[in-house]
Design a protein around this ligand. Structure first.
Ligand SMILES: NC(=O)c1ccc[n+]([C@@H]2O[C@H](COP(=O)([O-])OP(=O)(O)OC[C@H]3O[C@@H](n4cnc5c(N)ncnc54)[C@H](OP(=O)(O)O)[C@@H]3O)[C@@H](O)[C@H]2O)c1
Length: 336
């Protein structure tokens, strides 16, 4: 008989949590018992998994008793509070929030890149990187292995689902208001995204950067074990529902030709090359949504930096950028 695991999902009513349930099911992860958790607001609601509905419970210490795997996607505050409790109860915690990512004792894992660093985590917690970092690392790690990265310049075009359920519903309401000729309300987005582009991720007055951009810098360095890597990010929220895009230019220790880069990317785990730009073939968020692969296209020499490369990277932020990456970590660490 297959060995099954007791799996808790904290944040089971959210966008990432729901995607986790879907992915556990799609990949036939051996869930013997499911414990869907959220805040007290959602206690008693039901989520469907397998062939039945499961009642959502408010997170508590007792909820983690006997749990083998705890997938967390409820934000940094709940993760800071509950991840150590779940780990002390014996669960392997895979945390989607930013709470533990930069803790030197917590591995920050993209399975295609550094699964080995995540084995036997000292605190029983493994952190899932930020969505924009994950897809960037899947695309750049094969090039970094060929010739170490010296610099990354990246501009992101991030979908609204990356900001959660309330933000996604808010964009819908703004679109309806615009279509009806009404003034859209800022609502959960804090500003009007419908028909516009926004930058609003916790600005850091000291650097002028947004928190989202600083995550790209620090997380990339940690994952690639490259503390002096230079990363220049700009993050933008776009009115797309699902799928983050990134325009990337890199400089490596030795030049990699576009032909060699395509060869490396074609063979890279988790990457799908979508690159015939003269024929109009390049990755789009609509192509990536609902899919597992990180789509890479427009691989070309950087005309602004001879020897450098430019490329365009697109992935489903809820799947590879969050839930799928977490489930892949669990598969790599817990399944034979
Ligand atoms: N969306 C993405 O693309 C993405 C990508 C990477 C990482 N993440 C991270 O994943 C986490 C969840 O994101 P999301 O997009 O799924 O957000 P979301 O749609 O807003 O869902 C949040 C979930 O967390 C639960 N929750 C909130 N406060 C809680 C508390 N105090 N105690 C227990 N549960 C609580 C909510 O439960 P209730 O129903 O009870 O409110 C809900 O289930 C965040 O840390 C986010 O930064 C998201």
């Amino acid at each position: 008989m297959t060995h099954t695991l007791k799996v808790a999902v904290l944040g089971a009513t959210g966008l990432v949590g729901r995607s986790m349930l879907e992915i556990l099911e799609q990949r036939a992860f051996p869930v013997g018992e499911l414990v869907p958790l959220a805040s007290a607001r959602s206690a008693g609601r039901r989520v469907s998994f397998g062939d039945r509905e499961h009642e959502v419970r408010a997170v508590s210490e007792q909820a983690f008793e006997g749990v083998d795997l705890a997938l967390f996607s409820a934000g940094a505050g709940p993760s800071r509070e509950w991840a150590p409790i779940a780990a002390a109860a014996g669960a392997l915690v895979i945390d989607n929030s930013s709470a533990h990512r930069m803790d030197p004792a917590v591995p920050l894992c993209v399975p295609e890149v550094n699964l080995e660093q995540a084995r036997d985590p000292a605190k029983g917690i493994v952190a899932n990187p930020n969505c924009s970092t994950i897809q960037l690392m899947v695309a750049l790690a094969p090039l970094h292995r060929e010739s170490p990265l010296r610099r990354i310049v990246v501009s992101t075009y991030q979908a609204v689902s990356g900001a959660g359920l309330r933000a996604s519903e808010c964009l819908e309401a703004q679109r309806r208001a615009l279509a009806a000729g009404d003034e859209p309300e800022a609502g959960a987005l804090g500003d009007v995204l419908a028909g516009d582009l926004l930058m609003h991720w916790s600005p850091d007055p000291a650097t002028g950067y947004q928190e989202e951009e600083l995550k790209l810098i620090h997380e990339s360095r940690k994952i690639l074990e490259s503390p002096t890597l230079r990363v220049s990010p700009t993050c933008v929220r776009v009115p797309v529902v699902t799928g983050h895009a990134e325009a990337v230019s890199i400089e490596c220790a030795a030049a990699i030709t576009p032909e060699r880069a395509r060869e490396l990317l074609r063979a890279a785990p988790g990457v799908e090359l979508v690159d015939d730009f003269p024929a109009g073939v390049y990755p789009k968020p609509s192509m990536a949504a609902g899919r597992d692969a990180v789509l890479v296209g427009r691989v070309r020499e950087d005309l602004g930096l001879p020897g450098g490369l430019s490329l365009y990277v697109v992935a489903d932020n809820l799947r590879k950028g969050a839930a799928l990456n977490a489930v892949q970590i669990a598969e790599g660490l817990l399944l034979p």
